[in-house]
Design a protein around this ligand. Structure first.
Ligand code: C2O
Ligand code: CU
Length: 463
């Protein structure tokens, strides 16, 4: 049978149409799967052997998820781990049922089972996702990844680096994880601090840049307990956003920036170092500055330096407009080594420190040790809430609220930047306020994950 050209074309077009109707679906379902499983990876520098980590998509950090603001996110979590797990989308204002808190917003997903997470992140910015079941162990083993929501118009930069900071506690002989994830000493002190500091799963990360280039650095602290204090060398920078949310005015990054566990910062940095030199993202420790990321300057992007950057576009965040009639919640943070806590509410009754220690519990938040059956407060949707945080312990804590961002109330009566995690130094008293516009059961906990598992976890209900 002969077909003329016109028929052939229309036949071909129909076939193409049929294919395009089918293929995006097939394509989407293949890339939609986010599998968590054990895998071996070279983390400690060779000649150390590979480390058995737990990872999303087989890498540390896990597969980057990147979307345009307003686009829907859908991932089928496929649990290839030897234990139940869930995924939490840290900093995303999402529907409560997608928040990933095992035992509060969903049942943990059994080994071999799947769960579909589906929501549309409303805000642009730098976020991350991580396990939220026994997170003190699962996150420590590597179950985290970056979640990047791009602005509708890309900002004027020459390049971008997503830099996920972590510290792993490895056996110095075998390079395998120290298996004591629940060590009482770590829990009652500063938390599980690692002995190998990594960026994007690598020790001493190096990158190549050009002089006068402007880079966006998306910093994410995924460590269990370590506070990274960061500075710039050979770079001029501005803090553009904190915890995903743009600052109204970029802040020149002249002072060291403390990034607690769970916190993020977006910096724009201009490379000042000349060709042949190295610029650094520096980590300050008690012993001095170390290079966290080394940028080798290999050429010149332009002859002249750029002007200071304009602010990133604001997100459609719900604002705290005033504090008149705000609901005030006292939030003392108590306990731990040298904390002097004698007794606290645990599992529905007052218990002495001896019983708490026997249960590997050390901390009280809002007077209660651990997740209680009833919420710490029931909040009406639309209410403004003021949390009066009072760190009566001898350690810093990175306090994180799920589902909503807050602003700190500063001494001069103004509000600080919008954040989802506040780093409370020892002895500090600070207040934050937020608009309770997202219904559901929301955790408030320390992001030092051993602290969260040993008492410093609470929740509120918004309805
Ligand atoms: Cu990023 Cu409840 O945690
Ligand atoms: Cu803590």
């Amino acid at each position: 049978m002969m077909i003329d050209r016109r028929q052939f074309l229309s036949h071909g077009l129909a076939a193409t149409a049929a294919l395009s109707a089918l293929s995006p679906r097939a394509f989407a379902s293949a890339t939609d799967i986010l599998r968590a499983a054990p895998v071996r990876a070279q983390i400690a520098p060779s000649p150390y052997p590979e480390t058995e980590i737990w990872a999303y998509g087989g890498t540390l950090p896990g597969t980057e998820i990147r979307l345009r603001q307003g686009a829907p996110l859908r991932r089928v979590f496929d649990n290839g781990l030897p234990e139940p797990s869930t995924i939490h989308w840290h900093g995303i204002r999402l529907h409560n049922a997608m928040d990933g808190v095992a035992g509060l917003t969903q049942e943990a997903v059994a080994p071999g089972a799947q769960f579909t997470y589906e929501f549309t992140p409303p805000d642009a910015g730098t976020y991350w996702y991580h396990a939220h079941t026994r997170s003190f162990e699962q996150v420590a083993r590597g179950l985290y990844g970056p979640l990047i929501i791009e602005e509708p118009e890309p900002p004027q930069v020459d390049g971008e680096e997503v830099l996920v900071l972590d510290d792993l506690l490895l056996d110095p002989e075998t390079a395998q994880f120290d298996p004591d994830f629940e060590a009482p000493h770590d829990r009652s002190h500063a938390g599980r601090l690692g002995n190998l500091i990594v960026t994007n799963g690598q020790f001493a990360l190096r990158r190549e840049v050009q002089q006068h280039a402007r880079l966006r650095l998306r910093l994410i602290n995924a460590a269990n307990a370590r506070v990274f204090t960061l500075g710039l060398s050979g770079l001029e920078g501005w803090v553009m956003a904190l915890d995903g949310m743009p600052l109204a005015t970029p802040l020149p990054a002249t002072e060291p920036l403390a990034l607690g566990p769970g916190q993020r910062a977006d910096l724009f940095v201009d490379v000042l170092a000349a060709e042949g030199e190295t610029a650094d993202l520096v980590q300050f420790t008690r012993e001095g500055g170390l290079s966290q990321v080394a940028f080798a300057v290999t050429g010149r992007a332009s002859l002249a330096r750029r002007d200071a950057p304009a602010a990133l576009p604001p997100n459609p965040a719900m604002e705290v407009t005033g504090l008149a009639g705000a609901r005030r919640l006292a939030m003392p943070i108590e306990g731990g080594a040298m904390g002097g806590l004698r007794a606290a509410q645990y599992q529905g009754r007052e218990q002495g420190m001896g019983d708490l220690v026997a249960a590997n519990q050390f901390w009280a938040l809002g007077g209660i040790v651990g997740l209680s059956d009833a919420p710490l407060a029931e909040i009406a949707r639309g209410e403004t809430v003021q949390l009066d945080l009072d760190n009566r312990t001898a350690f810093p804590h990175a306090m994180h609220l799920h589902g909503m961002h807050f602003r700190e109330m500063l001494a001069d009566g103004s509000f600080g930047p919008m954040r989802d995690t506040i780093l409370m130094q020892r002895g500090e008293r600070r207040s934050v306020a937020f608009m309770a516009d997202n219904p559901g059961k929301w955790l408030f906990h320390c992001h030092m994950l051993g602290h969260a598992a040993s008492g410093m976890t609470s929740w509120i209900e918004v309805s």
